[in-house]
Design a protein around this ligand. Structure first.
Ligand code: 5AD
Ligand code: SF4
Length: 442
């Protein structure tokens, strides 16, 4: 990928909206940065943009429906301003390719997950570019610039793609096979961020536990980042329970810069369903990993992903998911209804036999159980002091400061005015299921 050899464009305005996971957020920042480098200007609102970019998600049907809805709205702008350019990038672009332009003809460009970083070239009609580009194998991994999310925190994608092929999941198809950045690239990227004032970095991968580059595994990488970059805090996600090693847990125990939060998707609480999902661990294994984590990291917070209504899931098996949730006591959980993803093994081979109303009932019940647990976990926080990163103000009021604990929880504080981007002690004073309230310890 070339990014600096062309003369800058003169001030065309772009707007980028991001759907889906943190990896998409990181990719959007990289795309925006490459446009800014070429002389494009960011528009605050879509209405004011010459180029509208949607960075899309395919993980569930609902995510794709939202994009179609957005494209319908954007059609209005396009009718008023025919020179407006619309680019769809990311997972849905990868999955649908030409089909997307057939369905939505006012889309100008469709760039898949490997080609989206070529957007500036495509907009300028450079040689070798096309309206629809989805072929894999074109990406220049080390030319993808890691990016700062805010002046004081940053994302670094350490591995792209996934080799796990969980039977319900579209990600391996739309993000391709797993490939890791070298540890030297990652260490250099974090060092550069630290030099620019970043204090917290989030290392991203679909399954960070299977990261490897030469002899370096994920635990080695974390320790290198902690010891060689000057960064104050390190987060990471996502972990796969089948690969979550004792070595990793020990690295977290021994290196306080690696923050005590683990996102460990269980997906469901029945061994039969887990086998059908292609997850390659048993519930007993998962619970052993959790017990070991809690023993080694007493202050840890755990979060998870859960799917209800996977094909053939019985009521008794759904109850096993509730049992697992009650047993682990997650601080937070992301909970979903099973959604058929065309092209996946489960879409091909298993009938989507749980009625939608039943999926909704199970999801509602699960959310209710989890919310009570989140509430209790948060109540237990009252009185504790956390070292928190000051992130900004609350959405509702400029007078309330929003900070984040080591365990990834938001705390709202009403006293003092700590500087954004600093790390300060905060004592929790009250809590509900979603938010903690606290006070700056002075
Ligand atoms: N249906 C519902 N949820 C899904 N996820 C992935 N694929 C599907 C699907 N087809 C969920 C999983 C995953 C999270 C990112 O999205 O729980 O961990
Ligand atoms: Fe999808 Fe499974 Fe890979 Fe996660 S590990 S991205 S759920 S295939």
């Amino acid at each position: 990928m070339t990014s600096t050899t062309y003369q800058p464009e003169t001030g065309r305005r772009f707007h980028i909206s991001t759907y889906g996971c943190q990896m998409n957020l990181a990719d959007s920042s990289t795309i925006a940065q490459s446009l800014l480098t070429r002389g494009y200007v960011r528009a605050e609102r879509e209405e004011d943009a010459d180029i509208i970019i949607l960075n899309t998600c395919s993980v569930r049907e609902k995510a794709e429906d939202r994009i179609y809805g957005r494209l319908g709205e954007i059609y209005r702008f396009k009718k008023e301003r025919p020179d407006l350019q619309v680019a769809v990038v990311g997972c849905m672009a990868q999955r649908l390719g030409d089909e997307l332009i057939r369905q939505v003809p006012h889309v100008d460009f469709v760039l898949g997950t490997d080609r989206q970083f070529e957007l500036p070239d495509v907009l300028e009609g450079r040689e070798g570019t096309d309206r629809v580009m989805t072929a894999f194998g074109h990406e220049d991994m080390d030319a993808i610039e890691p990016i700062k999310e805010t002046p004081f925190s940053g994302f670094v994608t350490i591995a792209r793609g996934c080799n796990n092929y969980c039977t319900y999941c579209i990600v391996p198809f739309v993000r391709g096979k797993e490939r890791s950045h070298s540890p030297d690239y990652i260490v250099a990227a974090v060092r550069d961020m630290v030099a620019e004032g970043v204090v917290e970095v989030n290392l991203l991968g679909q399954n960070v536990n299977s990261y490897h580059s030469g002899d370096t595994d994920f635990a080695d990488l974390l320790l290198r980042v902690a010891r060689e970059t000057g960064i104050a805090r390190i987060r990471y996600m996502t972990s796969h329970p089948k690969d979550c090693s004792k070595k990793l847990i020990h690295a977290m125990r021994d290196e306080p810069k690696i923050l005590p939060h683990i996102h460990l998707p269980i997906q469901c609480g029945s061994d039969r369903v887990l086998r059908k999902m292609g997850r390659f661990y048993s519930v007993a294994h998962y619970l052993r990993v959790v017990d070991y984590i809690k023993e080694q990291l007493p202050n840890v917070a755990l979060s998870t992903d859960i799917i209800v209504g996977f094909p053939t899931e019985t009521e008794a098996e759904f109850e096993m998911t509730l049992d697992a949730v009650r047993r682990v006591r997650y601080d937070t959980a992301f909970m979903f209804r099973y959604s058929v993803r065309p092209g996946t093994l489960s879409a091909r081979e298993f009938e989507d036999d749980i009625p939608e109303a039943e999926k909704i009932r199970r999801l509602t019940k699960l959310i209710q159980v989890q919310q009570q647990i989140s509430y209790e976990c948060n109540q237990a926080e009252i009185g504790r002091v956390h070292r928190c990163l000051v992130e900004g103000t609350s959405k509702r009021s400029q007078d309330i400061i929003r900070v984040r604990t080591e365990t990834n929880k938001t705390v709202l504080i009403a006293n003092g005015s700590p500087t954004i981007g600093t790390i300060v002690p905060v004592q929790v004073s009250s809590a509900d299921a979603f938010t903690l309230h606290g006070e700056l310890v002075v």
